[in-house]
Design a protein. Structure first.
Length: 261
C-alpha cells in the first residue's frame, strides 16, 4: 500500500471511489424528500472540486494498492480563517480498518500545519447516521465545535409521535408566519445560525410552490419575535394528495430567551 500525491490522470479513479462511498450513503433511508443528499460523483465533479482546492499536487493524496486507488483525501487551507478544511476523506469499503484513513488524515494534518493553519475542520457536514465516519473522526481527535450550532441528523416516526402542547411562560406566544414577515424571520435566523438575507429566504423557501406560511412559526415575547421554526411537506403529486415526507427546516431562539420551553 502506498500513499502518493494526486495526479490529474487519476481524476476518474478518484471520482469512482467517491461515488462508491456516496452509493453506500444512499442506501440509508433518505432524510430529504426534496433533494439528493449524496448524488452520483463523476469525473467533472471531482475536477471542479480539485480546481477549487488550490495547489492539488500538495493538497490531495491517494492511497494505492498496486494501480488501484483505494483511498483519497484532500485538504484545503483557509488561512484567512486560520484553519484548513478536510475537503474529503474516503476509503473503499474492502480496505477499511487497515489504518489507511489514519495515514491519509496524517498527510492532511501535516499539510495544514505546514501551511500555517491552527486547526483542521471538516469542510462538509458529517452525517451522524454514518457511524463509521463519526467514530473515526472522534477517535482521531475531532470534536464538535459549538455544539449548539452543530447540524445533527435525526429522524422521527410521525406515526408514533404524540403531540405535547407547548406551555409557554407568561408574555410569550406562538404565532404563524404572515406575508411580510421575511425580514423578521431572517433577523432571528441570522442571530442564531449565522448571517442570511431576505433574498436567501425568498429563493430557498417562500418562492417555492410548496411553501405554506401556515407551517412556519414564531415565538413572540411582548410583541417581539424571538424564536423561529418552519416545516415543509413534500408531495408526490401537484394536487398535494400523496405526501412523501416532511422537513423541519430550523428551530432557533435568541440566546437570552433559551431554556424557557
Amino acid at each position: 500500500m502506498r500513499i502518493t500525491g494526486y495526479r490529474p490522470e487519476q481524476t476518474a479513479d478518484v471520482a469512482r471511489l467517491l461515488d462508491a462511498v456516496n452509493a453506500e450513503l444512499r442506501r440509508m433511508p433518505p432524510l430529504s424528500p426534496d433533494w439528493d443528499e449524496f448524488p452520483p460523483v463523476g469525473r467533472d465533479d471531482v475536477a471542479e472540486r480539485i480546481a477549487q482546492a488550490g495547489n492539488p499536487e500538495r493538497a490531495i493524496w491517494v492511497a494505492r494498492d498496486g494501480a488501484e486507488i483505494v483511498g483519497t483525501a484532500a485538504c484545503r487551507p483557509e488561512l484567512d480563517k486560520g484553519e484548513a478544511a478536510l475537503e474529503w476523506l474516503a476509503v473503499g469499503e474492502p480496505y477499511r480498518r487497515q489504518r489507511i484513513g489514519t495515514a491519509l488524515l496524517d498527510r492532511c494534518l501535516k499539510f495544514a500545519a505546514a501551511s500555517g493553519a491552527q486547526s483542521l475542520r471538516t469542510a462538509a457536514w458529517v452525517d451522524s447516521r454514518f457511524e463509521p465516519a463519526v467514530r473515526f473522526l472522534e477517535a482521531s481527535g475531532f470534536v464538535v465545535h459549538e455544539p449548539e450550532r452543530h447540524n445533527i441528523t435525526m429522524e422521527l416516526d410521525i406515526d408514533r409521535w404524540q403531540s405535547r402542547p407547548p406551555e409557554l411562560p407568561a408574555a410569550y406566544e406562538l404565532t404563524t408566519f404572515q406575508p411580510g414577515d421575511e425580514r423578521e424571520w431572517t433577523r432571528v435566523r441570522s442571530a442564531v445560525f449565522g448571517e442570511c438575507t431576505v433574498g436567501w429566504f425568498v429563493e430557498r423557501f417562500s418562492s417555492r410552490p410548496n411553501f405554506d406560511p401556515g407551517g412556519w412559526f414564531f415565538v413572540e415575547h411582548e410583541g417581539r419575535k424571538v424564536g423561529i421554526t418552519g416545516a415543509m411537506v413534500h408531495y408526490h403529486d401537484a394536487a398535494r394528495t400523496r405526501p412523501k415526507g416532511a422537513i423541519i427546516e430550523y428551530v432557533g431562539t435568541l440566546e437570552e430567551h433559551r431554556g424557557r420551553g
